[in-house]
Structure formats: structure tokens, C-alpha cells
Design a protein around this ligand. Sequence first.
Ligand code: SAH
Ligand code: TYD
Ligand code: ZN
Length: 408
Amino acid sequence: MADRPGCRVCGGDLRQFVDFGRQPLSDAFRLPDASEEEFFFRLAAGACGTCSMVQLMEEVPRDRMFHADYPYLSSGSSVMRAHFAAVARRFLATELTGADPFIVELGCNDGVMLGTVAAAGIRHLGVEPSGGVADQARAKGIEVRKDFFEESTALEIADAQGRADVIYAANTLCHIPYMASILNGVRALLKPSGVFVFEDPYFGDIIERTSFDQIYDEHFYFFTATSVSAMAARHGLELVDVERLPVHGGEVRYTLAPAGNRTPSAAVAALVAEERRRELTSAATLDGFASRVEKIRGDLLTLLQDARDQGRRVVGYGATAKSATVANFCGLDSGLVEFVCDTTAAKQGRLTPGTHIPVRPPEEFRRSYPDYALLFAWNHADEVMAKEQAFREAGGRWIRYVPDVHVL
Ligand code: SAH
Ligand code: TYD
Ligand code: ZN
């Protein structure tokens, strides 16, 4: 796991712009009596000088992250459930109207998107290596292949089930370093008339909001229209549409098609031009981001230390993967954050990775409100704050650190 010689997409030279130091696996919640040594790696990000792709400097082996006990559940947010039902309905009304249509989803997780497709009786396949969440999808009647998607998997699927009209991946493509294998697989599995649609956190939003906690082990790539367009071209694919999405703190949905098969929308050229105007991956932009990150670390630590010194209670809200970067980079511990509440049963009763803060059910938060709630799940702010209105009414305050440290 030494630093790679160059860009994982084109081999070009990487310029590192932020380094969070030694970090644990973001979703490795530990049992309190666990004795095995915790795994750490160096979390740092850089941008390619040739193709502009932003990526991690060090790669964590995939089996360490995605396995039977992977705890993240896509259905944990009502906003995201509605979002994915809407995506599915759109595919059903557009790309999946021909004879015997077929859709493949990479990283289907607990089946939050494919549930709607399966209910419509449309041929589908989820490819999901994390066994526990894959079982949850199967329990909903969804067809799942428990596997990592890559070129060999794609060839087998195409052989056994034919080519797909749609290949879809949400918050999954950015998790996969081995991009050449993926895109060769997509080419082999996609019908000439088909589309590959994926949505991931948008680097333009990460820069704008200084949402540095989007950087963690599982998030290997940070896409822009510019870098995706170059990446697609290397594999006979073309970026034909982009759509900005409000979910998860700002994402872009990219649509790729076999080169020459569809006319790119005006939105593609517009976003590429905007990225050029913003100089999204220039040294000045990236170094500015890194210094804002340092300021957030200092401000957050000062706020939490002051609260502790004044005898105020602080509880974390949402044991997100993102929060591993914040907590470990800022050096938080259970003296500063008493516990973190989270709805995920598989995280409750465990300790946060690296920082060993207890994770408890939200009922514990409601049983005795703290003075402050540190909103780790800031990407679900509207949903969480609406649900926890009584906390505010009882005098509680929310602490946020994106785009800067502030109290609400
Ligand atoms: N699509 C869901 C899940 C995102 S979490 C959502 O948007 O909420 C990322 C998922 O990608 C995990 O469930 C993980 O197991 C899966 N994954 C990781 N590598 C993969 C690969 N090579 N092929 C398919 N799925 C993969
Ligand atoms: P999320 O921000 O979606 O992703 P990641 O782990 O990749 O950073 O994680 C949200 C976490 O917050 C998840 O563990 C579920 C939890 N959660 C709650 O506890 N209550 C809520 O109301 C919501 C929406 C999420
Ligand atoms: Zn490159």
C-alpha cells in the first residue's frame, strides 16, 4: 500500500494537496472488547496534472472495506429513499421501455433503488460485494450477485443474461480505484444503445463547501465533468449528460454512452466551462481548500474544548463514514463528544473507528438532551433537524462544521 507512482486513470503525475495523516477504516466500528489491532492508512488526496482527476494518494485493499459486515445501509434516510424511487421511476419511463429491458446496478446495497424496478417486474441485477447488505436486498425479492463488479464479472453477466440497457451506480463508482477494469466491463455489458449512469459527490461542491469529510478510505475518486469526460474517452465512452443533485451535500449524475451514439446535452459543455472558469483543480484552488480545512480543525477543536471546560454536554449526531475523517483529524475523543447517536443497529453498541467514541441509538439522545449536538450527518440536515425539533425547543443547539464552524 505504498504511494502509487501516478494517476490511477492515466498514469500522469499527482500533486498532493491535502494530508489527513494516519486514518482508520471509516466504517470499521469496533466492539468495545475487540482485541485485534486497528488498521490504519495514510489518507491524503492529490490531483492529476494530466487528466485532472482528483484521487486518494494511497489505496486500501477492497476486501478490508467491503465484506459481510459492511454496516452502511442506503435505506437509512427517507430523503434518499424518495430520491432512489424517483431515479428508478425515471429509468422505467425512459430507458427501460423496449422489449425485455435489463438494468444492472453496481453497489445496490440494501436494494433501495432496485426495489422499485423489481416491483415493476423489470429484469434487473444488483452487483454487491458486501454480503450483509446484499442479503437485505435479496430479502426484498431483488436479484443480487454477491461480487465485486469488474471486467470479468461484466463478461460473465453479459454471457449469462445478455447486455444491459442501463448500468447504474450511486455513490459506488467513486469507491472503485480499478477504473480501467470497470469501464472495460461497462463497454462489454452495455448495449450499443444503452447508458451508464452514475452519481457521486461533486468535487466542485466539495471545494465550494470545504466538505473535507467527503475524503475517506472508501471515497477514492472525486469527479468533475472535466475529469469524467477524459476518463470516458479512454474507453470508447462519451459523457453525454450531467445533472447536479442536492443529495449528500452536492452530487453530479453523469450519463455516459458508447462514443458517437448520443448527442451530448448543452449541460455538459456548460459544466466543463464552469469548471475551467473556477479553476477547480489549480494549485491556488486546492491549496486554498487545504488552508480552510486547517481553519475548520482549529475552530472546531476550540469550540468543543470551550464547551467541555464550561461543563456543557456534546453528543455527535450520525455515525457517518465521513465523521471518521473529522474525528480523527481533529483528535476528538469521548471527553469532547460523549457519544454518537445513529439509527443503524450494526453500529450501535460499538465504538467509532480510531477515536473510540461509543455509538448509541437516537433514543439515548432524546432521553436526556445534551447542550450541543455535533451534526456529523450534515448532508441529511433538513431531515434530521425536522425530526429533532424538540431538541431545539428544549434549548439545544446544533454545531456544524460545513462550510465553516458555526452554532445554530
Ligand atoms: N448505491 C448505494 C450504496 C452506496 S455505498 C447508495 O447510493 O446509497 C457503496 C456500495 O458499493 C457498498 O454497498 C459496497 O459494498 C459497494 N461496492 C464497492 N465496490 C464495489 C464493486 N467493485 N462493485 C459493486 N459494488 C461495489
Ligand atoms: P451518510 O451521511 O448517508 O453516509 P456516510 O456514512 O457514507 O458518510 O450516513 C448517515 C448516517 O447517519 C447513517 O449511519 C445513518 C445515520 N442517520 C441517523 O442516525 N438518523 C437519521 O435521521 C439519518 C438520516 C441518518
Ligand atoms: Zn490522470
